[in-house]
Design a protein around this ligand. Structure first.
Ligand code: SDX
Length: 392
C-alpha cells in the first residue's frame, strides 16, 4: 500500500534538518545569521565577513578576518582551461545556463573536493567557491558580450574586484566607483543565506548522496534559476519595463489577482514571510542611496516600483494573503543603476548565495545525516497484466 506518510507537497510544514546558521521569524519579518539581525550586518559588516560568520558560526576577530580575506584572495583565479570550456557555449546563451555548467565543472579541476570526509578538503572547496564565483560570473558576462576575460585584481576588495572584472577592459586602468562597489557588497550580503529555501534544500539533497560540493552547488544554481525563486529579480525588471508607466499599474494589479491569468506580481509574496521581508526594507533604502549617488532619483522604474508597492499594500487581495515585497523587488533597480544587464541578475543572486549553500552543505556533512529520500502517494493504475502489442 501507500504506507503511512505525512503528505506535505511543497514542504510547507516539514523540517528536513536541524541548523544553527540562520533563523527566520516569518510573521515578525525577522532574519538572523548566527543570531545577528540582517539590518545590523548590512549596516556594519561586509559580505566576506558575513561569509565567515555563515561558515564558522562566529564573527571573525581582526586576525581571523585578515587571514580569511587573504585565503579568499589566493583563490580568485580559475584554471586557464576554464576559458576553453566557456568557448563551447553559444554567445547568446543565458548566463545562468553557463553558470550551471562552469561551476559544476570546477569538480573536474579539484580532485580533493571528491573526498568530502576530510574537513580541510571541505574548507578549501568552500573558499574556492566563494573566491571563484565573481571570476566565473564576470567571465560569463564577458563571454556573452564578446569581450576578453579580465583577470582578478587582488588589491581590490571582493566587490570592487567583481565590478572590475565585469566592466573593466585590458586597454584601460581599473576604475571602479567605490559607492557602487559598496552597494554591490550589500546586495551580496543580503542574499548570503536564507535557511532551507528551494536552492539550499536542493544543495542539501544533492549533498546527502555524498556528491562533491561543486556538483551540489551547480544543482543549487539550477534550482535558483526559476522565476518563483532567484529568477524573480530578472522577472521584476521585465515586469516594471512592461508596465512602463504608472498609469498602467492598476491593470497589472488586476491581472495578478485574476486566478485565470497566470501573471503574478514578481517580487511579491513569500513562503515564510507573512510580513515585510527585512531584506527588502534594507534594499529599498540602498536603492535610494545608489540612485541619489548617480543622480537618478527620478528613475521612472523606481517610481513605478514605489507606486506599485504602495497600491499592492493597500489592496485587500494582497492584505488578505499577507503578500509583501520580497528581497527581489528592489534589488533589480540597484543592479540596473550599477549597469548590470538584466540577464545577469540571477547570477548575482547565485554569487551572493554561495556561502549559504556551502555553509549548509558543510553543516550537513560534518554532522550526522542520511540520504534524503522522500516518499510519495502513488495515484497510478493498480497492478495489471502486460498486454501484447497486437492487442493494444
Ligand atoms: C525568493 O524561500 C525563500 O527563502 C526564497 C528567497 C531566498 O532568499 O532564498 O527568499 C528568495 O525566492 C523570493 C521569492 C521570489 N519570487 C517571486 O517574487 C515570484 C512571485 N511570488 C510568488 O510566486 C510566490 O509568492 C512565492 C513562490 C514566493 C511563494 O509561493 P507559495 O508559498 O507557494 O505561496 P502561494 O503561491 O501558495 O500563494 C498563496 C496565495 C495564492 O492565492 P490563493 O490561491 O490563496 O487565492 O497568494 C497568491 C497565490 O495565488 N500569491 C500571489 C503572489 N504570490 C502569491 N498573487 C499575486 N502575485 C503574487 N506574487
Amino acid at each position: 500500500g501507500n504506507g503511512y506518510f505525512t503528505y506535505d507537497p511543497g514542504f510547507v510544514s516539514t523540517a528536513a534538518c536541524e541548523s544553527k546558521i540562520t533563523y527566520i521569524d516569518g510573521d515578525k519579518g525577522i532574519l538572523l545569521h548566527g543570531g545577528y539581525p540582517i539590518e545590523q550586518l548590512a549596516e556594519q559588516s561586509d559580505y566576506l565577513e558575513t561569509c565567515f560568520l555563515l561558515l564558522y558560526g562566529e564573527l571573525p576577530n581582526a586576525d581571523q578576518k585578515e587571514a580569511f580575506f587573504n585565503k579568499v584572495r589566493m583563490h580568485t583565479m580559475v584554471n586557464d582551461q576554464m576559458s576553453t570550456f566557456f568557448k563551447g557555449f553559444r554567445r547568446d546563451a543565458h548566463p545562468m545556463a553557463i553558470m550551471c555548467g562552469v561551476v559544476g565543472a570546477l569538480s573536474a579541476f579539484y580532485h580533493d573536493s571528491l573526498d568530502i570526509t576530510d574537513e580541510k578538503h571541505r574548507e578549501i572547496s568552500a573558499i574556492r567557491l566563494i573566491a571563484k564565483m565573481p571570476t566565473l560570473a564576470a567571465m560569463t558576462y564577458k563571454y556573452t558580450i564578446g569581450q576578453p576575460f579580465m583577470y582578478p585584481q587582488n588589491h581590490l576588495s571582493y566587490s570592487e574586484n567583481f565590478l572590475h572584472m565585469m566592466f573593466g577592459n585590458p586597454c584601460e586602468p581599473s576604475n571602479v566607483n567605490p559607492v557602487l562597489a559598496k552597494a554591490m557588497d550589500k546586495i551580496f550580503l543580503l542574499h548570503a543565506d536564507h535557511e532551507q529555501n528551494a536552492s539550499t534544500s536542493t544543495v542539501r539533497l544533492a549533498g546527502s548522496t555524498g556528491a562533491n560540493p561543486f556538483a551540489c552547488i551547480s544543482a543549487g544554481i539550477a534550482a535558483l534559476w526559476g522565476p518563483s525563486h532567484g529568477g524573480a529579480n530578472e522577472a521584476v525588471l521585465d515586469m516594471l519595463n512592461e508596465i512602463g508607466d504608472a498609469s498602467r499599474i492598476d491593470e497589472f494589479v488586476a491581472r495578478a489577482k485574476d486566478k485565470d491569468d497566470p501573471f503574478r506580481l514578481m517580487g511579491f509574496g513569500h513562503r515564510v514571510y507573512k510580513n515585510f521581508d527585512p531584506r527588502a526594507k534594507v534594499m529599498k533604502l540602498a536603492a535610494d542611496e545608489v540612485l541619489a549617488e548617480l543622480g537618478l532619483e527620478n528613475d521612472p522604474l523606481l517610481k513605478i516600483a514605489k507606486r506599485l508597492e504602495q497600491i499592492a499594500l493597500e489592496d485587500e487581495y494582497f492584505i488578505d494573503r499577507k503578500l509583501y515585497p520580497n528581497v527581489d523587488f528592489y534589488s533589480g533597480i540597484i543592479l540596473k543603476a550599477i549597469g548590470i544587464p538584466t540577464s545577469m541578475f540571477t547570477v548575482i543572486f547565485a554569487l551572493g548565495r554561495t556561502p549559504g549553500w556551502i555553509a549548509h552543505w558543510n553543516e550537513m556533512i560534518s554532522g550526522s545525516y542520511r540520504i534524503g529520500r522522500p516518499r510519495q502517494l502513488y495515484t497510478g493504475p493498480v497492478q495489471r497484466d502486460f498486454v501484447s502489442l497486437d492487442k493494444r
